[in-house]
Design a protein around this ligand. Structure first.
Ligand code: UD2
Length: 315
């Protein structure tokens, strides 16, 4: 893909030390932007993810909380915002609804104000499949009736509504991406809030026991992180003034199937233990990716197994 539109531009990535963010930052740097700002308060992101990038003369790392207006005060010129900083876990959002609200909603409004102040060309931001909640029709299209079932899902829905309103009121152009289950290298495995693939992979490699919450028949669309980066960059490049798109692989896998694939890849010999489903856990989550393919030219490049092999080899 050609993302040379970023050459010589001023770009901000929030959450740039995080899982998706550091992959995005590496892709952006290759396009030779004039300036790349990275804001991250390192609450879940790791400075080590971007250590080599922080040293570059065109990069400015701002170790700040995105919900504070002061975090962006020093920025005086900007073409694109990629806003990924957020509380990203459904269980954590139940435990800490205020923190989720503050980070995800105040942080988003801070980005809208910044986009307005500096007349940014496009605000590309992480929404989530969590805006859908439990749905009956699979795969899920963007036109589905939204039904968030966690403080996290609610916060992302509010982001989308603000984005829509600010396009009408203030002419701010934005594209929101409803990420399904993103996986890949650099996703942390060391917290109960980590993604299931990173947890399973880590435990299998260490020979530790694995828990499956619920009956394991819940289905997910697991999308490789480089495909998510592709979607974000296509969004920034697009002429669309407003958009909301699913970002997935277009394929679904049950947790039991995932366990088997990973078990074979890692030669893990133990059986999982089944435990009660987690609060807010969605049974079926399957992405229809027709719209993003058609409108942005998105084409996922990694099937689940390929992505898992890359992850295993830490590509
Ligand atoms: C994903 C997103 C979340 C939000 C949500 C929307 C990730 C990491 N999280 O949450 O941000 O967008 O979708 O619905 O992509 N599980 C186990 N054992 C474990 C860990 C997890 O069985 O040790 C189960 C978990 O209960 C769930 C499934 O695996 O049914 C996937 O869990 P997850 O935390 O990776 O992602 P999910 O779908 O809850």
């Amino acid at each position: 893909m050609n993302y040379s539109f970023l050459k010589g531009k001023h770009v901000l990535v929030t959450g740039g030390a995080g899982f998706i963010g550091h992959h995005l930052v590496k892709n952006i740097i290759n396009e030779k932007p004039a300036k790349l700002y990275i804001i991250d308060n390192l609450s879940t992101g790791l400075k080590g993810n971007i250590e080599d990038i922080i040293g570059l003369p065109e990069v400015e790392f701002i170790n700040e909380d995105i919900a504070k207006p002061s975090s962006v005060e020093s920025i005086q010129e900007l073409d694109y915002i990629f806003h990924l900083a957020a509380v990203v876990s459904v269980p954590k959002s139940f435990e800490m609804p205020f923190l989720t609200h503050r980070t995800n909603e105040s942080g988003f409004i801070n980005m809208l104000e910044l986009a307005r102040r500096l007349k940014v060309k496009k605000l590309c931001y992480a929404s989530s499949s969590a805006v859908y909640g439990e749905q009956t029709q699979m795969p899920i299209k963007e036109t589905a009736t939204l039904n968030p079932q966690s403080p996290y899902g609610l916060s992302k829905l509010l982001n989308e509504q603000y984005a829509k309103a600010f396009q009408e009121w203030e002419y701010i152009e934005s594209i929101g991406f409803r990420f399904f289950n993103v996986f890949g290298p650099g996703q942390r495995a060391d917290s109960p809030y980590s993604g299931v693939i990173s947890i399973f992979m880590d435990r299998m490699q260490k020979g530790d026991p694995i828990q499956i919450f619920g009956d394991g028949e819940q289905i997910r669309d697991f999308v490789y992180v480089e495909d998510v980066v592709q979607a974000l960059l296509l969004g920034a490049k697009s002429e669309k003034k407003f958009g909301l798109f699913n970002v997935g692989s277009g394929q679904t896998t049950s947790l039991n199937e995932l366990f088997e694939v990973l078990r074979n890849l890692t030669h893990y010999s133990q059986e999982p233990t089944y435990q009660e489903a987690r609060k807010g856990d969605i049974k079926k989550s399957s992405a229809d990716i027709g719209l993003i393919k058609e409108e942005l030219g998105y084409e996922p490049r990694f099937k689940l197994k390929e992505g898992l092999v890359k992850l295993l080899n830490k590509a």
